[in-house]
Write a protein that binds this ligand. Structure first.
Ligand SMILES: [Cu+2]
Length: 163
């Protein structure tokens, strides 16, 4: 099962390798939302398989996990996803991230020692089966972004939207 989803960016994308949050955009303000996109997360792909984003646009993503596994929707650069994947592996090793469940209590405990484990970033949601989450994101930069799931194995399986 391999699907590549495309984001068409209506500006000239520039290649950036820095991995700060600022370069991928910023948490959007609800009053700036002009477009709502519902994304369904299956095992292991997203629907729709194409998203059109304009620079400067604030989009509200309503994210539904309709699969049987835990999934993530994360807006970031390729470099950031790869970095994040090692954190996700650690979460599996510590039994915070289970196949179809997230141990939120353990996650909270871990976050006290390692902030990366909190998974409370504005650019991502991590959802159990049947859960729904929301991201309001302002695409304020020209970074090349991917929307992807970093649950171990899923990115490799094609759970990714690239531009
Ligand atoms: Cu996934």
């Amino acid at each position: 099962m391999f699907r590549i989803i495309t984001i068409f960016l209506i500006f000239i994308p520039s290649i950036c390798f820095a991995s700060s949050m600022k370069m991928i955009g910023e948490k959007g303000d609800v009053k700036d939302v002009r477009k709502v996109i519902t994304v369904k997360m299956f095992d292991n792909y997203y629907e729709p398989n194409e998203i059109i984003v304009k620079k400067g646009e604030t989009i509200k993503f309503v994210v539904k996990n309709v699969g049987e596994l835990v999934h993530e929707l994360n807006i970031a650069t390729k470099e950031m996803h790869i970095k994040h994947q090692s954190e996700m592996v650690e979460m599996v090793e510590r039994e915070i991230l289970l196949v179809d469940r997230i141990d939120r209590n353990k996650m909270k405990e871990m976050a006290k020692m390692n902030h990366a484990m909190a998974h409370k970033h504005a650019n991502s949601v991590l959802l159990e089966p049947s859960d729904t989450g929301e991201i309001i994101w302002k695409f304020s930069t020209s970074a090349e972004l991917e929307i992807a799931c970093n649950v171990p194995g899923h990115y490799e399986a094609g759970m990714i939207i690239i531009d």
